[in-house]
Each structure stands twice: as C-alpha cells, then as structure tokens.
Design a protein around this ligand. Structure first.
Ligand code: DX5
Length: 226
C-alpha cells in the first residue's frame, strides 16, 4: 500500500477567494484537491460546476479530483475531464449503468472512481474491477462538511482493501468525511491510502500548513494495513 496522501476538500473554503484557497492548500502541502460537486438533488446542497474547477486548474499543479455527488453524472463527465480533473468519482447509488459510466471516464482520459455511501455495500465492486482506478468509502453521509466520522465504515475500508489486494490491481482506496488528527489513524490502519479532509484543514486554529503537518504526524505513526 502506497504512502498516505492528504486530499483537500474545498467544500468549506472561502468561495469569495476560491483560487487563493486552492493556492494556500497547495502551498500547505496537500497532495490533491477534491472538488465536491453537488447538484441539490443527489444531496441537498448546490456547489460549483466544471467552469469553476477549470478556472482554478492553471494556478496549481496538484491533481484535481471531481467527487460528483450528482443524480445523473453521465452528461457532465466530459466537462470535468476538460476542466482538468485527473480523477472523476461517481456515486454507485446514482449510476444504474456503472460499468459503462466508469468506462466512459477512462475513455475521457481520467482515472475512474466510484464512491459508496455509508449504507451501500461493496458487493458490486468485483464486477467493475477492470474499469476501476479508485474506490471512495464515504465516512459520513454526503452533502455537508464538518460531520462526525462514522467509525463503523472502517470495516468497509478493510473489505475494500481485501478486494483490491485479491484482485492484484492498482486501485486506490480513499476515505472522505470527518477525517481529522483524531480519526485519520483508524482510517489508515483500515486500509485507506487517500484521506480527504475539509474542516480539519480549513478551520485549524494554526492554519492550513499546521493542519497538514498534524495529519502527516498522526499518519506516520499509524501502521498501514497489512
Ligand atoms: C460530504 C463531503 C465532505 C467533505 C469534507 O459530502 O464530501 O466529506 O468532502 O468534509 P469534512 O469537513 O468532514 O472533512
């Protein structure tokens, strides 16, 4: 399993200076930026579209990932690929034709990711292994930042790790929601390689760099899943 990476969610960023926030997060040492794309249907909130993502793309070099919390992701896949998202993550709950949707993401030149809500099982994963680069295990119910980490999801992270290990494929496992210095070690021990943090980075009293350093310190002491 690769070294843990910190992925910054911009959901809770200051939207009046979003480009500056992305620059600050990158300067603070995050490994990736996650764009929480919400349509007001799949989840109650409405956030930003691909134009906003594309506007920020030229200013930083870290990979962008689009987390599509939208009821119908197929029509917008190309927009987020064109905006410069290296990874596009769809929710299995919104994809009746997931196998085809993941294939289309790859055809667009992006890494194909699937996200699963807390109540959703991983029983579909073995049937899309050949189309998959990334599994996102939600550790909160999607739609809002600042929620409590659902520790029970660590079992699902471990299940995902075992499926990926048995497949022999290079599929990355990510967690998202309630990740902080208090919860990151448990997620890592369960098998997460990518940890999405929003509030923990954006509201840290000592600033974004200190927040990243705190997470790396905790993760350095957390043994990776066997
Ligand atoms: C939920 C969102 C959040 C966000 C990070 O739909 O996906 O998980 O990225 O939120 P916190 O503030 O919990 O790190």
């Amino acid at each position: 399993m690769s070294d843990p990476q910190i992925v910054a969610s911009v959901l809770g960023a200051d939207y009046s200076r979003l480009g500056g926030e992305v620059l600050d997060l990158t300067a603070a040492g995050v490994d990736r930026i996650q764009w929480d794309i919400m349509d007001g249907h799949f989840v109650p909130a409405l956030t930003f579209g691909s134009d906003v993502v594309g506007a920020c793309r030229p200013y930083v070099t870290v990979p962008f990932e689009a987390h599509l919390m939208v009821a119908d992701p197929d029509p917008v896949l190309a927009d987020f690929a064109a905006a410069g998202c290296e990874t596009i993550i769809v929710h299995v709950e919104a994809c009746p034709h997931l196998h085809r949707t993941l294939s289309r993401i790859r055809d667009l030149g992006a890494r194909a990711g699937v996200a699963v809500n807390p109540s959703t099982s991983l029983d579909f994963v073995p049937y899309v292994l050949d189309q998959l680069d990334h599994v996102l295990v939600m550790t909160v119910n999607p739609g809002f930042g600042g929620q409590d980490y659902i520790e029970a999801m660590e079992k699902k992270v471990s299940e995902a790790r075992e499926i990926v290990r048995a497949s022999g494929r290079l599929i990355q496992i990510e967690v998202d929601g309630g990740i902080s210095a208090d919860t990151a070690a448990g997620a890592r021990r369960s098998g997460a390689e990518l940890l999405v943090a929003g509030s923990a980075l954006l509201t840290h009293p000592a600033g974004k760099r200190a927040a990243v350093e705190d997470l790396h310190r905790v993760l350095a002491d957390a043994p990776a899943a066997p």
